[in-house]
Design a protein around this ligand. Structure first.
Ligand code: HEC
Length: 117
């Protein structure tokens, strides 16, 4: 009986992981479109054409974006919602879902060092 239960729990755990991965992947691919339409003008290739050092690379995010190390996606969402200095706020231009999607995309690209894939 214990073994049966363990197998059931394992199956549920695996299913949940796969499901979360798929949901995350869908967000990231839509995020790419949102990024190209709204962010690439200043952040092409994960750079920053206005303030050179404030890129979207992992080291810069970790250095300049408050709470990036503790809660990366939330930290990106905050900046997109509120803007900062020369960066506009996107609260009225993008939906909450779109902001989440573009933040997931930026996070994933930063983890991959903005390499093409
Ligand atoms: C008009 C140009 C412009 C656009 C468009 C723009 N940004 Fe920015 N972004 C900036 C500037 C300038 C900064 C640095 C702000 C500061 O700290 O003074 C910045 C900083 C950031 C940061 C923090 C990076 C760091 O190293 O400090 C993130 C994350 C970010 N932008 C994401 C986005 C996303 C996502 C979009 C699209 C939804 C976007 N930006 C659109 C200009 C822009």
């Amino acid at each position: 009986m214990r073994i049966v239960l363990s197998v059931v729990f394992l199956a549920i755990a695996l299913f949940q992981f796969t499901f979360i991965d798929l949901a995350f992947a869908a967000e990231v691919s839509n995020g790419a479109k949102i990024f190209n339409a709204n962010c690439a003008s200043c952040h092409i290739g994960g750079g920053n054409i206005l303030i050179a050092e404030k890129t979207l690379k992992k080291e810069a995010l970790s250095k300049y974006l408050q709470n990036y190390d503790a809660d990366s996606i939330q930290a990106i969402i905050y900046q997109v919602q509120n803007g900062k200095n020369a960066m506009p706020s996107y609260k009225s231009k993008l939906s909450e879902q779109e902001i989440l999607e573009v933040a997931a995309y930026v996070f994933q690209k930063a983890e991959q060092a903005w390499q093409d894939s």
